[in-house]
Design a binder for this molecule. Structure first.
Ligand code: NDP
Length: 280
């Protein structure tokens, strides 16, 4: 089975759009883009388009590559205190002279729709997620859509970044999977991945996972997005692995669209909470 992320994202966006239309005012998402990284510009455009589809108001702030950390912090501070702003997203990566952790920590946790703020991460890790990161949340939604039964399953997550690997592992742990996290220092990656009932790969290495590294009948989720001479490819050798997997996500059209849909969901949630807190 090929898990169609595009189709699932469409369904998720349709239900988000109907909830958005029931809000007293449209939620507002402010997206900050620093510099002109072509991939980042594409991602920001995709997010703006999704906002339009579901009825969220998006406001884009573009800063030059030369912008200072202080300038970015000043902008975030003004958005934090602006009551018309529900969500703030700083597109990563940032130029090298700006500390990503300083910037992420400066966003008000209530408006951190990416779920990367240490407060939101802490809540996620302690078992009471407030705003969970969009990509792992999208993966869970895809697994739910195929009726994946998590309990007692052996899950292997390849990658340990704060935005994908670590929160992914925690969400699976909370669903009673037995989770192994692999990374670039893992010895014998193939012997780990071959044990997986569920394999989630977020390494950013084209075709890292070959058929020989996958157990017959495993569910394989490919988070990787790699721009190569052959176009966009994932971290999994799709053609070979799809013959062994019971379910697999394609790249493109897999996890990517779900990530964007989950961002819309997180923005709606943040707006709902703010409306409730304001007693509207
Ligand atoms: P990072 O570069 O932050 O992390 C990559 C992780 O993979 C690291 O933990 C690294 O290990 C590990 N890794 C790298 N090479 C190997 C290897 N050969 N064997 C085992 N582990 C390895 O990337 P991200 O987590 O941000 O993203 C991962 C991929 O997912 C990228 O392709 C990215 O484009 C994509 N992505 C896709 C999204 C979507 O919506 N579809 C959203 C976000 C990301 P170590 O820690 O030791 O360095």
């Amino acid at each position: 089975m090929i898990i169609n992320g595009k189709e699932l994202a469409k369904e998720a966006e349709a239900s988000i759009a109907s909830l958005v239309s029931a809000m007293p005012r449209p939620p507002r998402l402010d997206v900050i883009l620093v510099g002109s990284n072509p991939a980042s510009s594409i991602y920001v455009r995709m997010k703006e388009k999704a906002c339009k589809r579901v009825g969220i108001r998006s406001v884009k702030h573009t800063l030059p590559e030369s912008a200072t950390e202080v300038e970015l912090l000043t902008l975030i501070s003004s958005l934090n205190s602006d009551s018309s702003v529900d969500g703030i997203l700083v597109q990563l990566p940032l130029p090298k002279h700006i500390s990503e952790s300083t910037i992420i920590s400066a966003i008000s946790p209530e408006k951190d729709v990416d779920g990367f703020h240490p407060t939101n991460m802490g809540l996620l890790f302690s078992g009471s997620p407030s705003i969970a990161p969009c990509t792992p949340k999208g993966v869970i939604s895809m697994l739910d859509s195929i009726g994946f039964s998590y309990d007692g399953k052996k899950a292997v997550v390849v990658g340990r970044s704060n935005i994908v690997g670590k929160p992914m592992a925690v969400l699976l742990l909370q669903r009673n999977c037995t989770v192994t996290i692999c990374h670039s220092h893992t010895r014998g990656l193939a012997s780990e991945t071959r044990q997986a009932d569920l394999l989630v790969v977020a390494a950013g290495q084209p075709k890292l996972i070959t058929a020989g590294m996958v157990k017959q009948g495993a569910v394989v989720i490919d988070v990787g997005v790699n721009r190569t001479a052959d176009g966009l490819v994932g971290d999994v050798d799709f053609d070979a692995v799809s013959k062994k997997a019971s379910a697999i996500t394609p790249v493109p059209g897999g996890v990517g669209p779900m990530t964007v849909a989950m961002l819309m969901g997180n923005t709606l949630e943040a707006a709902k909470r703010r409306v409730k807190d304001a007693g509207i």
